[in-house]
Design a protein around this ligand. Sequence first.
Ligand code: HXC
Length: 520
Amino acid sequence: MAIRPEIEKLLKELDERKKKIELAGGEDKLEKQHQLGKLTARERILKLLDPGSYVETDMFVHHRCDNFGMLKVEAPDDGVVTGYGTIDGRQVFIFSQDFTVLGGSLGEAHASKIVKVMDLAAKVGAPLIGINDSGGGRIQEGIDAQYGYTRIFYRNSIYSGVIPQLSAILGPCAGGAVYSPAITDFIFMVSGISRMFLTGPNVIKEVTGESITDEELGGAKVHNSISGVAHFYSESEEGCFTQIRRLLTFVPNSNRENPPVHYSGDPLDRKNEKLLEIVPADGKRPYNVVKVIEEIVDDHDFFEVMYMWARNMVIGFARIHGHPIGIIANNPMVLAGTLDINASDKAARFIRFCDCFNIPLLTLVDTPAFLPGKFQEFGGIIRHGAKILFAYAEATVPKVTLVLRKGYGGGYVAMCHRELGADAVFAWPMAEIAMMGAEGAANIVFRREIEKAPDPEKKRQEKIQEYRDQFSNPYASGRRGYIDYIIRPDETRAMICRAFEMLWTKEEERPRKKHGSIPL
Ligand code: HXC
């Protein structure tokens, strides 16, 4: 179709303006970004979203800072590319900071662009994905940068539990800037590229005299395995995008929806003969609980979250008969499956995320106790352990608990005991559900009797056995109705599937309140 010349001129101008903006900080800087093993802001969006789905917002926004001669400084996109598109056909909103433009630094206009997509995402009810690659607050803008960050933190907080918010750290993320990702639900980091810290190596050197590199201080491994700040680790940006896409398959677009159902055809009553072998009856022998999870869930497909940190507690997503569930499990392979400070924090936050987004919970119990020790007590295990109790009690999604082996003392109670609101509680025949271990119990309760006996050791063993016969099995709890079902390990999937099928429509009302006061 012939276009009139005056229209053609305007279209040409639009094209040229767009091309200039797309050149971002210029070819040299884009090339430098590649040399650092990083994709550019736009490339990242295009790689992550479904082909052809991306629509850019606010392309022509520009800063209005007049400090330090900034009015003359061109800043295409004001250093952040924003917009929306789809992932697996589902709506998402996105921003991607552009390090080639003023180091991706955040000023008033940059923040306004992010705020606009955040508000749209909340109104529409769709996930927000932030790609962070920035030198932090734009130094020339000063207080306007503070204002901008605060607007973002505020929205991160009030939209928490409304829409899923994911943060990929694909470059520097330093100073106060770290708090936006920290408030979001999941942080993804990439080896060699991601950096997160409040104060960088130079400041640390000045203040404390310690020498440390960027990577050692705030790299992907550090935050995935030591600090527990990040949830996912990958070796490449592509790997990170695959993780983001996969995570979204388990979560709904907002708290107004249920999570997406994809039934693969894995039979509901598939026998789990392997479970007769994976878990040794001898409570002193370790095993990897991930193998148990993989045996139970659809297609043996388990998406583990935070797999490098607090590994005595395993958390992650899977499907049961097509429906996403969140799984929380003690792992006897690490610290004998005890609950410690980090394990409690890890589980509590995950439980709350699942509850916000209508994702039912399956809890697998094999724990001897909370981890004893001075450093745990000094570190506040009382306060941290309380979080997991609180989180389970508060959660109203369907809750199914299975005691695999040890369910002792407060450790068991914290792993979704029936009276924390579990809707269905299962145990295997080798389960030992007791207030404490038989040896410890016998030594306390029967101490005098043992001391007076002609052969104290023989008496001690008798008393241990007596206590064990009384409590260290699932039947005592079964008699009281604390356990609903004692099942064969090889029928676990069938029974768990049926329990969730029964519970999909569960609704639970709570007393009216603004919100609880979780012991943080
Ligand atoms: C303005 C910035 C900037 C910033 C980087 N640039 N950070 N411009 N404000 N915060 C610019 C640089 O001047 C440079 O511009 C370009 O971005 C690339 O930066 P380089 O330093 O050349 O890159 P690199 O060597 O890779 O180092 C990256 C870096 C470093 C480690 C991020 O730039 C850096 O330390 N930046 C400052 C970090 C910082 O202190 N931010 C403020 C934090 S306080 P040219 O024109 O030369 O290419 C904060 C408060 C938030 O964020 C408050 C909220 C609560």
